[in-house]
Design a protein around this ligand. Structure first.
Ligand SMILES: C[S@@+](CC[C@H](N)C(=O)[O-])C[C@H]1O[C@@H](n2cnc3c(N)ncnc32)[C@H](O)[C@@H]1O
Length: 212
């Protein structure tokens, strides 16, 4: 499926994405699953964003994929892992996108409250236990027509299995369940669920119910 997504891009760009995909496999970097990345590309094509925010740069794979679909867009991307961000910087440079990218090497929980300018596409693919805490800032930063794309909402199949979570994953699973419940109960939000291997949810504002 992801080959079909890459095939729509210029061949040089597809080659860089393929290289990042291979690197991630070899170096055990957790980039997006192929089916979720395919849904991401479709969502970006639908929204046609000009300003993208990403929480969870890793090695730049999803960031570069989004920039490849949203021609002319800018990307602000945050990650806490310096070694991964170094690889991402090389990838953005190789793709000739560095002038469109602002990489922030820091804890997203610290950075998000300080961001002010709005974004029309937000990819949330960072610290899985903190999505609930980040939600108010993400909604504040989202334009009325924008979309928040959340990856890993199924978290290893543990979120929706109805079981008490094992100790090792408890914080993430409990917080992810709270996050899913919060967005589904907020009538101001339009929430769509995609049954990909990692679990994807998209969130949009119902403009008529949104005061600010
Ligand atoms: C699943 S990976 C992101 C993959 C990437 N979106 C892709 O598909 O190419 C999650 C990333 O979130 C980063 N991360 C974890 N906690 C973070 C935090 N508190 N602030 C910023 N980044 C964080 C990790 O370093 C990791 O690179």
């Amino acid at each position: 499926m992801i080959e079909a997504t890459w095939a729509k891009l210029a061949s040089e760009r597809a080659e860089i994405l393929r290289g990042l995909h291979t690197y991630a496999d070899k170096a055990f970097v957790p980039i997006m699953e192929d089916d979720s990345a395919g849904v991401l590309a479709n969502c970006v094509a639908e929204v046609r964003p000009s300003r993208i925010l990403e929480i969870g740069t890793a090695i730049g794979y999803s960031g570069l994929l989004m920039l490849s679909v949203a021609e002319g867009a800018t990307l602000t991307t945050i990650d806490i892992d310096e070694a991964r961000v170094d690889v991402a910087r090389c990838a953005f440079e190789a793709a000739g996108e560095m002038q469109n990218v602002h990489i922030i090497l820091d804890d997203a929980a610290y950075v998000l409250p300080m961001l002010e300018k709005p974004f029309d596409f937000i990819l949330l693919d960072g610290p899985k236990g903190q999505y609930q805490a980040m939600l108010p800032d993400l909604l504040r930063l989202l334009t009325p027509e924008g979309m928040i794309f959340v990856d890993d909402t199924a978290y290893l199949g543990l979120v929706d299995n109805g079981e008490y979570p094992v100790h090792k994953h408890r914080t993430i699973v409990v917080n992810m369940r709270k996050f899913i419940q919060t967005i589904n109960e907020d009538e101001r939000l339009l929430v769509k669920t995609y049954a990909t291997s990692s679990g994807v949810v998209t969130i949009q504002k119902r403009k008529e119910l949104w005061n600010c």
